[in-house]
Ligand binder design. Structure first.
Ligand code: Q9C
Ligand code: ZN
Length: 341
């Protein structure tokens, strides 16, 4: 299968981030993408192609203009505000909802556009996020052109970012941008299967009232893990979108058998929806020994998951989301993706 990758993800990198007075070392690091790429190449899974520049238009089909301007300019504004360039990193704790009013002050605007506190905006963050989205768009092009599946090795990830909020290591919602782009010329139904360990609150929010986009997610119970405020089974959509949002919160510590027993329910919902395209948000943080996720999936499970998804025979764009154990990311990506044509 075609693999879309840009080394510009490396522009978003830092050894340490200060959060509420503490220094911590980010786990969302360039090595994640590098080990996945190396493993896919070693397994000869397909040609690696550069993303095509689709410019801002398909990004603005998902995100609002002022939010994009904020991401593009906040680092430079911060350098002026502080008198020295430094990472933009806000507050302490997770907030459930965006504030209703956009404030005028610089610091307040920094808070206004994020629901989270461990997502630095560095000098190269905008460019990295921009090219991550272009990878998803280029994978969508390949599938539109007739490839049964394509993989976007996106970094930074995207599924926690919504229209005008970033968080959870995500700035632009790559999967949502691909979905809207797939619908662009000929309106059609698109299903999203979100396999990341965390609920994709951004993706859910973007399509919550939309009956043309089905969102299905298996994830850690948000009562006990991130993103805490979203992801319960009761969240089923709103308005015309009611009935097109499905969440399967799962207990911490689950192993292959319990996870694989749940997946068919999501796949049946997707089949019944009969979408023209499928977008998979592939988080590998469900793996055993992930430093953030607390499930225990083995490499064999990722192969079974890939097989079950490929057996749907729906044209599929796979978008990389989370996954933080650089010892196992490569083999698990190969296991999932290796079964696609
Ligand atoms: N410092 C994705 O997997 N909290 N995002 C982690 C450990 C944030 C995960 C706590 C988790 C965000 C794309
Ligand atoms: Zn995750």
């Amino acid at each position: 299968m075609q693999i879309v990758y840009s080394e510009r993800h490396k522009l978003h990198a830092t050894d340490s981030v200060r959060v509420a007075g503490h220094v911590y070392h980010p786990q969302e690091v360039p090595a994640r993408a590098e080990v996945i790429l190396a493993a896919l190449i070693a397994a000869d899974l397909g040609p690696v192609v550069e993303p095509i520049d689709h410019r801002l238009r398909p990004i603005l089909a998902v995100h609002n203009t002022e939010f994009i301007t904020h991401l593009q300019t906040v680092y430079a504004r911060g350098a002026e505000y502080f008198g020295v360039p430094m990472p933009i990193l806000v507050g302490d704790g997770v907030t459930p909802e965006r504030a209703p009013t956009k404030p005028d002050g610089f610091i307040e605007q920094c808070h206004y556009y994020t629901f989270d506190y461990e997502d630095p905006i560095l000098k190269g963050t905008w460019d990295a996020a921009y090219w991550s989205a272009q990878c998803a768009l280029t994978a969508a092009d390949l599938v539109k052109a007739g490839h049964p599946a394509a993989y976007a090795l996106c970094r930074p990830p995207g599924h926690h970012a919504s229209t005008d909020l970033y968080g959870g290591f995500c700035y632009l919602n790559n999967a949502a941008i691909a979905v809207r782009y797939l619908q662009q010329e000929a309106p059609c139904k698109v299903a999203i299967l979100d396999l990341d360990y965390h609920h994709g609150n951004g993706t859910q929010a973007i399509f919550y009232a939309d009956p043309t986009v089905l969102y299905c997610s298996l994830h850690a119970d948000p009562a006990v893990d991130y993103p805490f405020y979203w992801g319960q089974a009761e969240e089923q959509g709103t308005g015309a979108g009611l009935g097109y949002n499905y969440n399967w919160p799962l207990p911490l510590g689950i192993e292959d058998a319990q996870y694989l027993a749940c997946l068919p329910a999501a796949l049946r919902v997707i089949q019944d929806f009969a979408p023209r395209y499928l977008v998979v948000s592939l988080g590998l943080d469900t793996a055993a020994n992930d430093p953030i996720g607390k499930f225990k999936l083995t490499t064999a499970a990722f192969m079974r998951m890939g097989r079950m998804v490929a057996d749907l025979k729906i044209d599929t764009v796979v978008v990389q989301e989370g996954g933080y154990n650089t010892q196992t990311l490569g083999q698990n990506a190969v296991a999932f993706l290796g079964v696609f044509e």
